[in-house]
Write a protein that binds this ligand. Structure first.
Ligand SMILES: [Zn+2]
Length: 112
């Protein structure tokens, strides 16, 4: 029972996370700087501007994760997108539910 409750809570956290991603409101350095919470929008890993796309796909630390799980070729086209809307449109066009699920899980793990 406790495990099922924890699994449901995990699912709820993941759902909230994806709504946040879709609305591009993750607390990335760029979003925090845009809101005036901090001044420096640079990524602490590589020094690039830490947008949502950077944090989830473009950062050198993040690309290493995608390469390690063997899905770099799946997400590499995201480098051509300029915002999360573009990524989401690209993702839902002709992708299987399995591919979407795989990307979703890795994005969730990368952010955590
Ligand atoms: Zn970075």
């Amino acid at each position: 029972m406790g495990g099922k409750l924890c699994a449901n809570l995990q699912c709820d956290q993941k759902s909230i996370f994806f709504v946040t991603v879709i609305h591009d409101s993750l607390p990335t350095q760029f979003n925090l700087a845009r809101r005036g919470v901090i001044r420096d929008s640079r990524c602490k890993q590589c020094g690039g501007v830490e947008s949502t796309l950077h944090a989830l796909f473009w950062c050198i630390a993040t690309t290493a994760v995608w390469k390690q799980v063997g899905w770099w070729s799946l997400v590499k086209p995201f480098l051509l997108q300029v915002d999360m809307k573009g990524v989401l449109i690209w993702l839902v066009k002709g992708r299987s539910h399995l591919a979407l699920d795989m990307v979703g899980w890795v994005v969730w793990v990368v952010w955590r």
